[in-house]
Design a protein around this ligand. Structure first.
Ligand code: AMP
Length: 521
């Protein structure tokens, strides 16, 4: 009987949890005995090192070292290239991290890990979610669901600290690379997402960069060019993060470097640091306002603001939120662990669902019945919403291309909406559907997810077509087409996604990654 776990695949750190036989959440330590694993990979000859050791050895092999790859998920053109010219997609790098975690979890639990729920930022788009699922597949992990990080944190909070009294909570999740804010309604059994906003590229990494920029500037005034010394540059990356963390506890700290053989020291105060990062934090305040607007609420309607993500340890984050909302934010959940725990709880729900479906279809011998599902102190059903509008590109009455939103932003998932269109010319033989993500009509402000093509029987007239877009529980998009003239369902169309690996590439990547010698040292 295998185990199902929850994995928080973070920009800077990843961690995993499971629910034990007594229904209690437990973190799963990695082979180094730590609950968090740096999401960092070092290609070191024949071995591939993941985690803390990869980070500390990165100084010696900066060109063979990759971290923060979560920021590139869903970017088709991004490839990490090693010194020897080997190329890895963001999915492959993430798969290497997941493969180490899976293997560590199996050693710790003394059992196979059959499947996992992986978390993603609520603000992740479709391509990034699909990339995350592909990364799991490449790592040989069955991804039974994807869940939004703030929703996972809310589940962890609700199950451990929930009450029967209905409450409205904002989850402010500022991690290593992404920022999410979500407003939710809790009652004794349901968590309903009312509004979500965020920034896919805002997190601890950017705060580190502010320090790095300042150091580079001061060093250059001293005639030192850090970018010419790869080792010093990598050292600065590590030391900037360490300095940022120590400024969460101290008023002042130093960064010492050796740049091209010359010693260099930079002193930074908490005040300097606050000045550097405040403009970024104002952006998070803008997102808080947007999430509340979407939910149709004022700050005064919130019962609590829950902090999640390592970067919320910075005192300036709390101060900013308090000043803006008048509410002192709460740290009732562990900022690094809540998301993985919520994912582990969600794995139980998905398993229950799988068992129910197997029973309904009469498949009583299904392996899913081998899994014993522990009872938890509380149970919630949650309802998430779409974080972006989904539509198709059409020709407007002037013959110009524009975006037509079919499934709006912020509707509860799973969701399905249909719009009516027509063919463009008589005797049209095929439909080419270009699926988009974004709310605007103007194509400059939307992203094309991919194209779907289907043959239709040509007719001498222009005919009506219905396009149905659905968004499943994992927020993955599906497109169906109905020919109104022939009253014929043309079925689900395969979307050729512009930002994702093809099925063949996933398979190839799987074979390649399975041959690597992946470890923590
Ligand atoms: P997460 O993705 O939630 O694991 O967040 C990791 C981010 O939190 C990284 O950018 C860390 O540098 C940052 N972080 C962790 N601890 C602290 C701290 N004490 N002060 C400031 N940032 C921190």
């Amino acid at each position: 009987m295998g185990k199902y776990i929850g994995i928080d695949l973070g920009t800077t750190f990843s961690c995993m949890a499971y629910i034990n036989e007594s229904g209690q959440p437990e973190m799963i330590p990695n082979s180094e005995g730590e609950n968090t694993t740096p999401s960092a990979v070092l290609f070191d000859g024949d071995s591939t090192i993941v985690g803390r050791e990869a980070k500390s050895q990165s100084l010696f092999e900066p060109q063979n070292f990759e971290q923060f790859v979560k920021r590139h998920m869903g970017e088709r053109d991004y490839l990490f290239t090693t010194k020897d010219g080997d190329k890895y997609s963001p999915e492959a790098i993430s798969a290497i991290i997941l493969a180490k975690m899976k293997s560590d979890a199996e050693s710790y639990l003394g059992d196979t890990v059959d499947g996992a729920v992986i978390t993603v930022p609520a603000y992740f788009n479709e391509a990034q979610r699909k990339s995350t699922m592909d990364a799991g597949k490449i790592a040989g992990l069955e991804v039974i669901a994807i869940i939004n990080e703030p929703t996972a944190a809310a589940l962890a909070f609700g199950i451990s600290k929930g009450s029967d009294k209905p409450q409205t909570i904002m989850v402010y999740d500022l991690g290593g690379g992404t920022f999410d804010v979500t407003v939710m309604r809790f009652d004794s059994e349901n968590i309903t997402v009312l509004g979500t906003a965020g920034d896919r590229k805002l997190g601890g990494y950017d705060f580190d960069n502010k320090i790095i920029e300042a150091v580079i500037e001061v060093a250059s005034e001293d005639g030192l060019d850090i970018n010419k010394d790869m080792t010093a540059r990598q050292d600065l990356q590590l030391k900037a993060e360490a300095a940022k963390k120590s400024l969460s506890a101290k008023d002042k700290t130093n960064i010492t470097l050796n740049i091209s053989g010359r010693p260099f020291k930079y002193t930074i105060t908490r005040e300097d640091f606050v000045d550097m990062v405040e403009p970024l934090l104002f952006k998070t305040i803008g997102s808080m306002e947007n999430a509340c607007d979407e939910a149709g609420l004022e700050y005064s309607d919130l019962d609590k603001i829950l902090l999640v993500g390592g970067s919320t340890r910075m005192p300036v984050v709390r101060d900013c939120i308090k000043e803006e909302t008048g509410i002192a934010p709460s740290s009732e959940v562990h900022p690094d662990e809540a998301v993985a725990i919520g994912a582990a709880y969600h794995a139980l729900d998905v398993l229950k669902d799988m068992q129910k479906k197997a029973k309904q279809s009469g498949d009583t011998s299904s392996e899913v019945f081998d899994v014993e599902i522990p009872e938890t102190s509380r149970q919630y059903t949650f309802t998430d919403v779409t974080s972006h509008g989904i539509g198709v590109i059409i020709q407007n009455e002037y013959g110009e291309e524009e975006n037509s939103v079919i499934l709006p932003k912020n509707v509860q998932v799973p969701a399905e909406h249909t719009n009516h269109y027509t063919t463009t010319v008589p005797y049209q033989e095929k439909l080419l559907i270009r699926v988009t993500q974004g709310e605007e009509t103007d194509l400059r402000y939307v992203t094309e997810i991919g194209t779907a093509e289907i043959q239709i029987s040509p007719r001498e007239k222009i005919v009506g077509i219905e396009v149905t877009i659905s968004c499943d529980e994992n927020s993955i998009i599906h497109v169906r087409v109905y020919d109104k003239d022939l009253r014929q369902d043309l079925g689900e169309m395969h979307i050729d996604r512009v930002s994702n690996l093809s099925d063949e590439e996933v398979k190839q990547s799987q074979m390649r990654i399975s041959k690597l010698d992946i470890s923590g040292e």
